[in-house]
Design a protein around this ligand. Structure first.
Ligand code: MBD
Ligand code: FE
Length: 283
């Protein structure tokens, strides 16, 4: 790998922050609910500070670290790695939901990826084509297993070096990103490449945070997906690979047993796996 191909924490962090800022987010939280949440955040701080009798020097180190996370643009990274799994759990672990499980979105989703037909190959470079192909097929269904017309699957994942297009320099804009339009029965057959384990940017303040609690910066190899169909609750999820490194110790705590694939290597050098998505009705 040459120097110019290296994506630093600073560069990918700022890319994630820049992309997020274009979204102009809002929430219809009532002032009373917001006040209750803010008070509990302050109480949680108070409890930790008293429990550990946090010193002034430690307090100043915390100030410097929060400044660094902002300057490195790593708040989307830090929050999605250490906080988002709890948000996902609270919002999608209701007993009333029995469809395919969701998982965290992470910092690297981009809306509006190129549309692809139900049988398709993901946008990729010759360099990606040299990796092990993964043929991923299945069906988007309702809870009774009936295929759904009008289903789409947005798929995005890293290349074999762990880089996501639009968040690292030198990659084609939509590399390994696409919106698959499933057929009338919700079926799809997507050819992509077998992703590699992913090391989150660790040369910045998120990296020093991980080091200081004795953790590692790895996520298992994963595919990101957003699956939708008319009248159904859309899901954001991830799929992992059986026996893969870091599946049991994901830094982002986002692996669920139902989301682990076990592809079969074919005589033609392609890995094949079938996985279907059952969608709950829209609320
Ligand atoms: C990733 O690719 C990712 O999926 C998450 C959750 C955090 C950082 C990088
Ligand atoms: Fe990811």
């Amino acid at each position: 790998m040459t120097i110019t191909e290296t994506a630093t924490a600073h560069a990918s962090g700022n890319a994630a922050t820049g992309k997020f800022k274009t979204e102009r987010v809002s929430a219809d939280t009532s002032p009373e609910r917001a006040a209750a949440i803010y008070r509990d955040v302050l109480d949680a701080f108070k409890e930790i500070i008293h429990k550990h009798e946090v010193t002034y020097d430690e307090y100043r180190v915390l100030k410097q670290w929060t400044i660094d996370v902002g300057e490195y643009g790593e708040w989307p990274l830090w929050l999605d790695v250490f906080v988002e799994h709890e948000i996902e759990d609270v919002n999608y672990s209701r007993n009333s939901l029995t469809g395919t499980k969701g998982s965290i979105e992470g910092p690297y989703y981009v809306a509006g990826s190129p549309k692809l037909p139900a049988t398709c190959t993901m946008p990729m470079r010759d360099k990606d084509r040299a990796c092990t192909p993964l043929v991923f097929s299945g069906q988007v269904t309702d809870l009774a297993g009936n295929g759904l017309a009008g289903a789409t699957i947005e798929l995005w994942h890293a290349d074999e070096d762990g880089y996501y297009s639009q968040f690292a320099p030198g990659l084609p804009e939509w590399n390994l990103r696409g919106t698959v339009e499933c057929d009338e029965q919700g079926r799809y057959e997507i050819t992509t490449i077998q992703p590699a384990p992913y090391q989150i940017p660790h040369d910045g303040p998120t990296g020093s945070f991980i080091e200081s609690y004795g953790g590692h910066p790895w996520r298992p190899a994963h595919l990101h997906l957003m699956v939708q169909a008319p009248g159904k609750l859309p899901i954001t999820t991830q799929l992992y690979f059986k026996g893969g490194e870091w599946v049991d110790t994901d830094v982002a705590t986002a692996v669920k047993p139902e989301l682990v694939l076990d592809p079969v290597p074919g005589d033609d050098g392609k890995n094949r796996v079938s996985y279907s998505f059952a969608l709950d009705p829209a609320a």
